[in-house]
Design a protein around this ligand. Structure first.
Ligand code: SF4
Length: 390
C-alpha cells in the first residue's frame, strides 16, 4: 500500500483501492514546477522583502508574473512549509524535519499519514493551504485541510483551529475560503481519517472495489487501474456508432458523464505518453498518414509603446486607432485597486472601485452559461463550522 498523505486522503476516501496501484501518473512537469516555484516564493516572503524574494524567481519562469502580482501584505506571517504527520493507530501527531522536499518523510513509519502545512500561523491557531485555480472541497469538508487542522491542534493542544484555502490566480490575486473546526468537528475529521485507513487496509485484502468517477482524473494509478483502462479498451475495440441521449434517464446521463470524465483522463494520459515518446524519437509516422513531430511555432505581437507611433506614421492615426484594442480586464482593475488599498482591505477597496465604475457607467457585464461540475457540499457537517466567503 502506498503511504497515505494528507493531500491523498480525499481520493482514498472515495476509492480506497487506489492506494494499492502503482504511482504512474504525476502532475505534468510544468504544473508541478510552477506550483513549487510559487510555494517557494511565498515561503521566501516570510523572511525577505518582495524585491529580495522576486530576485530568486528566474526571469523566464512562467510563474514569475504570478509571483509579481501577489500582494505581500495579503500573505499572513507564520511558519512556512511545516512537515507533520499523524499516527492513525494511536492518534499521536508529530513534527517532521522538513516539508515540501520530502526529506523528513523517508524515515517515518509507513502507516503514518504525512503532509506539509503550507503556512502555520500559531499565534492565530490558523492553518493555510496555498492552492492554484483548481477546484477543491470547501474548507468544512476538505479532508486535507481537516487533517492539517487536526494535526496542528493536537501538536499545540488547541481545542479549535482555523483552516483556510487560499487560491492564487495566475495574476497573483488571492481568494480566501475560511472555516473553523471546533473540538466536535476535529473529532469528526479524525473519525473520517480512521475510516479511510480502515477501508484502505480492507481494500488491500480484497483487491478492490474500484470506485470509478470524476475523481479518477486525479488518481496517480489511473494507467494501471483495471476499471478505468477497461473503459479505454472497450472504446478502442469499438463502442456504439452513435451517441443518442434522448431516451436516457437522468441517472444514466449522470453515469455517462462520469464515464466520459474517466475516459477523457485516460485518453489524455495516453496522448501525453505518446507525445513524450515523440519528443524522444523526433517523429512518429501515423498509420493513417502524416506523422507526429516536434514543431516550433512563433507568434508575433507589437509592443504598443514603440510600435504604435511607427504604424501611425506609416498608415495614419485614424487607421491605426481603429485597429487598436484597449482592454482592461477584471483582474487588472483588481490589481490596480489592491496596489493602493490599505493593508488587508484589498477586497473592500476592490468592491468600492467596481461600485464607482458602475455608477459612472464604465462597467460592462457579460454573462454566459456553460455546464460545469459543482462539487458536493455536505450540509450535515455545516453546523459545526463557520464559513466566511471573501
Ligand atoms: S482510476 Fe478511479 S477507480 Fe481506478 S483506482 Fe483510481 S480512483 Fe479508483
Amino acid at each position: 500500500m502506498k503511504r497515505l498523505s494528507a493531500s491523498g486522503l480525499r481520493l482514498a476516501e472515495t476509492c480506497p483501492a487506489s492506494l494499492h496501484l502503482p504511482e504512474i501518473w504525476t502532475e505534468s512537469g510544468d504544473a508541478a514546477e510552477a506550483g513549487t516555484g510559487r510555494h517557494l516564493y511565498l515561503e521566501h516572503l516570510q523572511t525577505m522583502t518582495r524585491d529580495e524574494a522576486l530576485a530568486l524567481v528566474p526571469a523566464d519562469a512562467p510563474w514569475r508574473s504570478t509571483c509579481e502580482g501577489i500582494d505581500p501584505e495579503e500573505v499572513p506571517r507564520g511558519r512556512a512549509e511545516v512537515g507533520v504527520a499523524l499516527d492513525p493507530d494511536d492518534g499521536s501527531a508529530h513534527w517532521l524535519a522538513r516539508g515540501r522536499d520530502g526529506t523528513g518523510y523517508a524515515s517515518v513509519p509507513g502507516h503514518w499519514i504525512t503532509g506539509t502545512i503550507d503556512l502555520l500561523v500559531e499565534t492565530e491557531q490558523w492553518v493555510v493551504d496555498w492552492k492554484g485555480v483548481e477546484r477543491v472541497d470547501d474548507p468544512e469538508i476538505n479532508l486535507q485541510l481537516g487533517a492539517y487542522g487536526l494535526i496542528a491542534a493536537r501538536l499545540h493542544g488547541w481545542d479549535w483551529v482555523r483552516i483556510s484555502a487560499a487560491h492564487i490566480s495566475p495574476d497573483g490575486r488571492i481568494s480566501w475560503r475560511h472555516g473553523v473546526l471546533d473540538a466536535w468537528a476535529l473529532a469528526e475529521v479524525e473519525e473520517r481519517i480512521l475510516a479511510v485507513v480502515a477501508a484502505a487496509r480492507a481494500a488491500s485484502r480484497e483487491q478492490g472495489p474500484y470506485r470509478r468517477g470524476v475523481h479518477c482524473t486525479r488518481c496517480s494509478g489511473l494507467a494501471a487501474c483495471p476499471t478505468a483502462m477497461g473503459l479505454v479498451a472497450a472504446m478502442v475495440a469499438g463502442g456504439p456508432s452513435t451517441i443518442d441521449t434522448t431516451g436516457m434517464l437522468p441517472a444514466d446521463l449522470a453515469s455517462a458523464y462520469e464515464t466520459a470524465a474517466v475516459v477523457e483522463a485516460a485518453v489524455a494520459l495516453t496522448k501525453r505518453a505518446v507525445e513524450d515518446a515523440t519528443w524522444a524519437l523526433g517523429t512518429l509516422p501515423l498509420p493513417s498518414g502524416g506523422s507526429l513531430q516536434v514543431v516550433e511555432r512563433s507568434r508575433k505581437s507589437v509592443d504598443p509603446e514603440r510600435g504604435v507611433p511607427v504604424l501611425r506614421e506609416l498608415f495614419g492615426v485614424d487607421a491605426v486607432d481603429a485597429e487598436l484594442e484597449v482592454k482592461i480586464s477584471n483582474s487588472s482593475v483588481e490589481k490596480l485597486a489592491k496596489r493602493v488599498a490599505p493593508p488587508r482591505q484589498g477586497s473592500a477597496f476592490v468592491t468600492e472601485l467596481w461600485t464607482r465604475l458602475a455608477s459612472d457607467g464604465a462597467m460592462r457585464t457579460s454573462r454566459s452559461q456553460s455546464v460545469s461540475l459543482v462539487r458536493a457540499r455536505r450540509a450535515d457537517r455545516a453546523p459545526q463550522v463557520v464559513v466566511e466567503e471573501e
